[in-house]
Unconditional design. Sequence first.
Length: 372
Amino acid sequence: MKQVLKNERGMALAIAIVALVIVGALIAGALFSGTQEQRVAENVRRVQASFGVAEEGVYDIIRGWSDPTTKTRYANLYPYPAVAPSHDTVQFGKKTAKSRTGSYSGEMYKLNDQLYMIDMTAQDTMSLAGRIRGGGASQRLGLLTRIRPLQVNTQAAVTSGGSDVVVGSASIDGNDHQPTGWAGCPPLDSAKAGIRTQSDGTVATSGHPTLIGNPPVLKDPTLADSSFTHYGDVTYDQLAATANITLAAQNFSNSIGPAVSGTTCDVTVPTNWGSPSTPTGACGNYFPIVHITGTGSVINGQEGQGVLLVDGSLNIQGGFQFFGIVIIKGSLKTSGGGKHSGALLGHGHGPGHGAVLGHDQQYLRQRQPPVL
């Protein structure tokens, strides 16, 4: 017995030391695990904050798209990839989010005339400060955005809600024709009428005018008053609210024409409505939405293109030519050697409120410029 007791001397101390080591390891493991979970949670929070900032940056670009200068800048990009020195991207420098939770920067690529891709990278405030071990969090977000085209039911070169008088040697052509020098137009359509009116509308002729179309004159019972104010899910007022240029009714005597500053199209000039005759020129790719308020406007200028909205009546004289869509709430009167290539919608009613089309006018249904 004495020998056995002698061999067991010191076991309590050894067991205590082992227990302390094991408990210390458990405590250290729990502390490490808690610290890691805290860091993961903080990282997730920073990642989510960075994602929110990147998302804000993307939609900040979209919200500012309707600005006339910005819209023209984006439209003038070349489809990616383009050969230098042509510009196919827009760079966005670092900008602090309005929420003050971080900053974002990126660029935008033009894929085609209607499709763009926005590439945005963002970091939260703590990550930008450099106080996070490992560099902090960042998020890169890509968004494909498409321009919504204006859906105008162009079943004829001229769509009228009143009575029409075609005199002299006027020519109204419902067939498609590709303007000289234009490229990328859709297939030509020769199944449209020359003039489309409501069932009670009339078309009178005098002299030797030319009415071409399939048929030349179409009386459409489905043509309602709303056809002149609603274009798909866009109304006339909504379209007018997005206008690049808003002008009061006046006599535009030889003032409408392209304006160039150096080699750049000057879109700040309100009488610059693009240049359809020189599609490869500085203003050849500028298709503004022009809104003329009031009534009694007279245009005797050079040329324009895009979308023309007129609240009242319009009188076109001389050699002015417009390529695009024209929507007139009142009456239209033309004279001289002008030319319109596009779809015309005139909603005139009552005596004297029809479309009076003067000699040498030619209405051509052609491509519709996109509207944001």
